[in-house]
Ligand binder design. Sequence first.
Ligand code: AMP
Length: 308
Amino acid sequence: MGKLLIVGTVAFDAIETPFGKTDKILGGAATYIGLAASQFEVDSAIISIVGDDLQQEYLDLLTDRGIDISALEIVKGGKTFFWKGKYHNDLNSRDTLVTELNTLEDFNPVVPENYNDADVVMLGNLHPIVQLGVINQMKKRPKLIILDTMNFWMDNALNDLMEVIKQVDVLTINDEEARQLTGEYSLVKAAQKIFTMGPKYVVIKKGEHGALLFNEDQIFFAPALPLEEVFDPTGAGDTFAGGFSGYLAATNDSSFENMKKAIIHGSNLASFSVEKFGTERMIDLDRKEIRERLHQFKKLTQFDIELQ
Ligand code: AMP
């Protein structure tokens, strides 16, 4: 069993989609990553910070799934990171209406001693300085460091972000962000430019259009499962990252061939996450449903063709 260290937000989200609205519910990159990764045989821990306004029942949801939250700092009298977003009718794009960093503003992450030798570090969306702080505290170089980020940090902390990108093995990013980061419209060219920044692997997420995995001379594409109903896409990218990193930590194999499988597991879990508001679907998910949907994935992409 591998050890997975997760860094990211544990948050309050307020979400509006064409199908409804929620008040402050549990969200955050680390939350989604942790819930997805807990579907694999991994020891995982979350490093994050919240205020004491975050209900105990939310923390219990994480510990109930075996996630170590001893490095989740709870600030007395502090306010938890808050994000509010509104989706457009196509559900592929959204506007961020509010980002309140709150306790995250002066967060100094502390890597717990029992995780400073983690096999895989999953740097979820968070200030790049915090992400760097975690890398610098590792006792030995993890086998794999995966970075997820978003346009918010490109707009607000680009130099720091470039420093982290330099140090990671895998960058996961969505298509628009890959274009913003590199100035390239072609995703193939964008990936090539990202290789010059440091990472050996690039995963470009394309929402309902699937995900692409690149290394220097290979490309793999995984579709997203066509779903009858998408209710709330929030956290799909993080759930994908959680499935991807969780599978890689559990299998302890970071070859390109195994990353292909990790992409499928990530896409599979993300397909559940969007079916209900917030983390709701990830909480009642069981392994039988996951296995069944993996079969659907396989059927979706298998075809016989004569090649001469
Ligand atoms: P995703 O839909 O996968 O891009 O992730 C949505 C999650 O990211 C929400 O649960 C938010 O709490 C969290 N989030 C939104 N903005 C930020 C930000 N600037 N930094 C870190 N996490 C964020």
